[in-house]
Ligand binder design. Structure first.
Ligand SMILES: [Zn+2]
Ligand SMILES: [Zn+2]
Length: 413
């Protein structure tokens, strides 16, 4: 980012922090804070503040690109080593990011390139197909489809796992749009506060269905029939029944043929008998399939369903008891959107592309390298390629923060 553009952004962020009603985490004085300045550079960590005003003044003065707080509570949050900090527990945090979900739109709006020059579309591979390298630079975009996909995961995590299976209360949870491509769910409950890393990992494994064996969840042979869990069963049992039913209800011949042991003929037969199979399944009988060894079929089906239902959770974030997480009500420097708190009953209808937008309609002239079509609020912008455009401030700030545009001349400041 050039100096003039950077100054402009800093000024706009600073103005925001001057008047915003800043949110701060409970037991504020026990939290560590961290910041990343614009223009790269190291994260400034191990900061602590005595009051909200002091933090707000700091944000206004420094206008950082990113601001974080610790999920952990410390006796000495500003100490520079973990030993001196004296850890006193941590919230349980889930970081859901669309980075891990293979939405079809990524083939259109995301790309990656390897140092060897190889360029690809969609999610970056583990290894470069040309040189085997593992370091890539990525160009990610955020679109409605991606944001809806990750919201669905957040809703599933909240309702099916945290509230239902774990029995947390809505008051224990705080739900935040991250400001970019995901959601952060914070669980603040005495029951999780002192959980170890291993304990947190166990929770993640449960939610992701890691090491799940359906035969330990009621799928078995009984008097020559295959019986399985029912929809009304608690925990993963009920979820397995749901996965199987949902998959079958929507499955096409092509979907079924992806499963082992299912050829064209069996797939057609399953589709033909769908209603009967689903009825039996609802009664707890899992053997109504016209395939030779149906228990094997179910196991494989559930493996597919289980991963999908498990939700895409960034494991290290939850297990890491000293991690910093974005401070709600601060601005995300890669989008100019606000990290936004959402009450659980509003999540389903939440539209990040209007409700998290901070900046307004004042017109600004920018020079844009390249940007796909995007929506902000009711308005659609782009696509743009190597052009000078006058845009409302919100759209201009978004493109500048995405790193694809710069201010066009000094006149705007
Ligand atoms: Zn390569
Ligand atoms: Zn997308």
């Amino acid at each position: 980012m050039d100096e003039i553009t950077q100054k402009f952004i800093a000024k706009k962020f600073s103005e925001y922090y001057k008047t915003v009603e800043l949110w701060t985490p409970p037991e504020f004085e026990k939290r560590e804070f961290g910041f990343i300045p614009f223009g790269g550079g190291m994260m400034i960590r191990h900061r602590a503040f005595q009051s909200k005003i002091e933090l707000q003044n700091y944000l206004q003065r420094t206008a950082p690109a990113h601001a974080y707080h610790s999920s952990a509570y410390y006796q000495n949050p500003s100490a520079s080593t973990m030993n001196e900090k004296r850890w006193q527990g941590a919230d349980l945090i889930f970081d859901l990011d669309v980075d891990h979900i293979d939405t079809p739109c990524k083939q259109v709006h995301d790309s990656w390139s390897c140092r060897c020059g190889y360029v690809g579309k969609g999610i970056k591979p583990e290894k470069c197909p040309k040189c085997g390298g593992t370091k890539f630079s990525e160009l990610n975009w955020l679109c409605d489809e991606c944001l809806t996909a990750i919201k669905k995961e957040a809703l599933k995590l909240i309702y099916e796992f945290l509230l239902n299976d774990f029995g947390f209360k809505e008051n224990d949870l705080s739900v935040n749009f991250s400001g970019a491509r995901g959601y952060h769910i914070h669980v603040r409950s005495k029951s999780v506060r002192e959980l170890s890393q291993v304990g947190r990992r166990e929770i993640v494994d449960y939610i992701r269905a890691e090491g799940l064996f359906p035969e330990f969840h009621g799928l078995r042979k009984d008097k020559g029939r295959i019986v399985g869990p029912k929809l009304t069963d608690p925990g993963w049992r009920g979820k397995l029944a749901k996965v199987a039913l949902e998959f079958l209800a929507q499955a096409t011949i092509e979907d079924l043929k992806q499963l082992p042991e299912i050829g064209e003929k069996s797939a057609a037969k399953i589709i033909e008998n769908k209603a009967r199979i689903i009825k039996a399944l609802k009664e707890g009988y899992w053997d109504a399939l016209p395939v030779r060894s149906s228990s094997h079929f179910w196991l494989n089906l559930l493996k597919i369903g289980a991963v999908k239902l498990g939700g895409e959770i960034d494991q290290p974030v939850t297990a890491d008891v000293k991690r910093l997480i974005r401070l709600p009500t601060t601005i995300h420097g890669k989008t100019s959107f606000r990290a936004t708190q959402i009450s659980i009953n509003k999540l389903e209808g939440f539209d990040p592309l209007s409700e998290a937008v901070v900046f307004g309609k004042k017109e600004i002239s920018v020079q844009i390298n390249e940007a796909p079509k995007f929506r902000l609020g009711e308005e659609i912008f782009g696509p743009f390629k190597n052009e000078k455009v006058v845009l409302p401030e919100a759209a201009a700030m978004f493109l500048i923060c995405r790193g694809v545009a710069k201010l066009n001349g000094k006149t705007n400041i």
